[in-house]
Design a protein around this ligand. Sequence first.
Ligand SMILES: Nc1ncnc2c1ncn2[C@@H]1O[C@H](COP(=O)(O)OP(=O)(O)OP(=O)(O)O)[C@@H](O)[C@H]1O
Ligand SMILES: [Mg+2]
Length: 248
Amino acid sequence: MIELTNVHKAFGPKHVLSGVDLNIAKGTSMVIIGGSGTGKSVLLKSVLGLIRPDSGTITLDGKDVAKGDRDAFLARFGMLFQGGALFDSLRVWENVAFRLRHGKQTLPKHEAREIAIEKLRRVGLKPDVADQFPAELSGGMQKRVGLARAIAAEPEIIFFDEPTTGLDPIMSGVINDLIREIVTEMGATAMTITHDMTSVRAIADNVAMLHGGKVRWSGPVADLDATDDPYVQQFIHGRAEGPIESVR
Ligand SMILES: Nc1ncnc2c1ncn2[C@@H]1O[C@H](COP(=O)(O)OP(=O)(O)OP(=O)(O)O)[C@@H](O)[C@H]1O
Ligand SMILES: [Mg+2]
């Protein structure tokens, strides 16, 4: 469904992506792992067309993501940005229901609010959070509002950039289960970036590790532990010693 072929992206002299190849099949969950600053968020934003690669192709259902109707294209996606990217001046429920009110659909206020409250419940937030502003919430709560917003319009394709970072282990478990459910029950296609190996095992059908601007290793999650790739091994075991340098 999503196909990247030989994707390159540099910012000035800094080569971030240098020949990324990746395929994500419809209805599957791909998890991207890799060190901080290796270009995971850049990769995800490139698929959304928010960052334009210098060369290579990115297609969705065989069509170039940079061409065609942008609104129709983006309407198929739900996205949780790494930094949350909530609208400060909107209440929590208005953030969650934004797509339902201002997108293809324009639901009446009370209906949109009800859906927002239901989505908040799914990410473990009580209804009274709905009328608060993002600045009144903890970091982990803001992250969960971002997640609720990403899933609110029940998109076909969902991208999560660090969905469990900053959450306690129990809440991380709730979010992992939710992501898994969205893929298995709603048939969504998901791409998740995470450093959390528990999440990787809970969410992934397939895993790709980004290193040195390329996909260093990819395969089914069941093969992750068995691979003898020293980069993957160092990463999944969190070892300071290994081929991955700790000063980047
Ligand atoms: N808009 C931009 N302009 C210039 N450089 C950028 C831009 N976006 C990203 N970069 C650079 O690209 C590199 C990869 O950034 P990216 O955010 O993709 O890392 P990441 O793998 O998501 O890291 P982390 O795990 O810390 O989130 C970094 O060196 C970053 O400084
Ligand atoms: Mg990132």
